[in-house]
Design a binder for this molecule. Structure first.
Ligand code: MRU
Length: 348
């Protein structure tokens, strides 16, 4: 029903294929592998990034490894699958979808099977289910959230919660896409998202590819554009959402939420329920600290400061629930009180 213009992660002839997001927007290069170590490295170095895309890629990485492994019995296959799961779970610590997807795969791996064919079939089927569900879920998120978008809106988004952060279609950008396809005349403001520039490189690229109007701003322009009345709504994605409504997302999200509150601009978070971690508390969440060179240099190349300056580089921040107007999931809208209403979504 909606065109899937960008497919960030795919299963092609028993191998994992992904669009290398590090080379965008200048080069559209697809990589392919049947080796979990190579796919783990692609997640670490952010060729594949964005919470749902990481989860899907990890699940497919185990599947392709099993499919192409030259092992004769179930116990050998099971042991290589568990090794792959262990390695993939160490790639990035914050996005919950990674752990959610690997847990599903592990459950399939640990079932009882009578032959290796049955084992392979079940593990691969579970990974493909995770892949297909991701796309269906994103379309539902778009359809659920589109009601918040009005004709003439300008929507600010941060980082890239688009097709390039999922198997296809995106989460925050799914809401924008569905509104656009329904004929609402909207405009997007994308923040550049220092230091990795997901907004400038990825969000702008995918929106322009689809003809959705977009303007790029630097991160430090957010307060000014809100003050000038140039934004009506904010929609972002999430890497992890806790039961009490705390939203862990790309560094800078918290600052945008504070500015939105000050200017009475609704702040929406669009995410699948696979991003919601109902077991952890804030103390359990590990915020990934990435290489200082991401900050010292532009795109790890041009040095913009003194070479050995101390750097802080947390990749994510935490937005408290009182700044979040609503969470848009594939199962419906969640509004405060979050503990009660997130529980309801999970039991529905
Ligand atoms: O470091 P990244 O690029 O993996 O961070 C991605 C984000 O923070 C996204 O907003 C989040 O994963 C949601 S993607 C649908």
């Amino acid at each position: 029903m909606y065109p899937l213009i960008v497919k960030a992660v795919e299963w092609v002839n028993g191998r994992v294929r992904w669009l290398n997001t590090n080379l965008l927007p200048h080069h559209e290069v697809y990589e392919e592998s049947d080796n979990y170590e190579r796919i783990a490295e692609a997640i670490e170095n952010m060729e594949i990034r964005g919470a749902p895309a990481i989860g899907v890629a990890a699940a497919l990485a185990v599947a392709t490894t099993i499919l192409n492994a030259n092992k004769k019995n179930i116990s050998e296959l099971r042991s290589i699958a568990l090794k792959a799961i262990e390695r993939l779970s160490k790639t990035r610590p914050t996005a919950y979808n990674l752990f959610w997807a690997l847990e599903r795969i592990k459950r399939a791996v640990l079932q009882h099977y009578i032959d290796t064919e049955g084992f392979k079939r079940a593990v691969i089927e579970e990974a493909l289910k995770i892949y297909r569900e991701d796309i269906e879920t994103n379309i539902k998120i778009g359809e659920v959230g589109e009601r918040f978008i009005e004709d003439g809106d300008t929507i600010l988004t941060h980082c890239n919660a688009g097709a390039l952060a999922t198997a296809a279609f995106g989460t925050a950008l799914a809401v924008i896409r569905v509104a656009w396809y329904k004929g609402k005349r909207i405009k997007v403001i994308a923040t550049e998202t220092r230091p990795v520039l997901q907004g400038a490189r990825l969000t702008v690229w995918e929106l322009k590819k689809e003809g959705i109007p977009v303007a790029l701003i630097t991160d430090n322009m957010v307060g000014y554009v809100m003050y000038k009345g140039l934004v009506n709504k904010v929609i972002v994605g999430a890497d992890r959402i806790l039961l009490d409504g705390h939203v862990i997302n790309k560094i800078g999200t918290y600052t945008i939420a504070i500015a939105a509150k000050k200017h009475n601009i609704p702040f929406y978070v669009a995410a699948p329920t696979s991003t919601i971690d109902i077991r952890s508390t804030l103390n359990d969440v590990k915020i990934e600290e990435r290489s200082p060179d991401e900050v010292r240099r532009i795109l790890n190349r041009v040095l913009i400061t003194v070479e050995d300056v101390e750097v802080l580089n947390p990749a994510f921040d935490i937005t408290p629930p009182d700044l979040v107007t609503a969470i848009i999931t594939e199962k419906g809208i969640v509004t405060p009180p979050y503990v009660e209403n997130i529980r309801k979504i999970f039991s529905s």
